[in-house]
Unconditional design. Structure first.
Length: 116
């Protein structure tokens, strides 16, 4: 069973930075895609950024140029560096990890709040 644990959320002023971390476990093989979704109050969950095991990345248009996703395959860990944060980035951020059978595990979510 894939287990995913996030950390690093918090409260920050607009223009500030935060770094989210996510560690996955439960697979004897390397994880395939890993990444982050977010869900703001009253809105649908949306993809923020994803990264494959080979390092290919994709981002939501709203975060391009501000957020950077990276991963450490040896640690089964993915990071999301968030710079120039805006109030509209306020949401619960969820990490996911796909195992070799493409079963997707989800984290419990971490709150990011950006004050104006």
């Amino acid at each position: 069973q894939v287990r995913v644990v996030e950390s690093g959320g918090g409260l920050v002023q607009a223009g500030g930075s935060l770094r989210l971390s996510c560690a996955a476990s439960g697979s004897i093989f390397s994880f395939n895609a890993m990444g982050w979704y977010r869900q703001a109050p009253g809105k649908q969950r949306e993809l923020v950024a994803g990264i494959t095991s080979s390092g290919s990345t994709n981002y939501a248009d709203s975060v391009k140029g501000r957020f950077t996703i990276s991963r450490d395959n040896a640690k089964n860990t993915v990071y999301l560096q968030m710079n120039s944060l805006k109030p509209e980035d306020t949401a619960v951020y969820y990490c996911y990890a796909d195992d070799n059978l493409l079963f997707r595990g989800w984290g419990q979510g971490t709150q990011v709040t950006v004050s104006s």
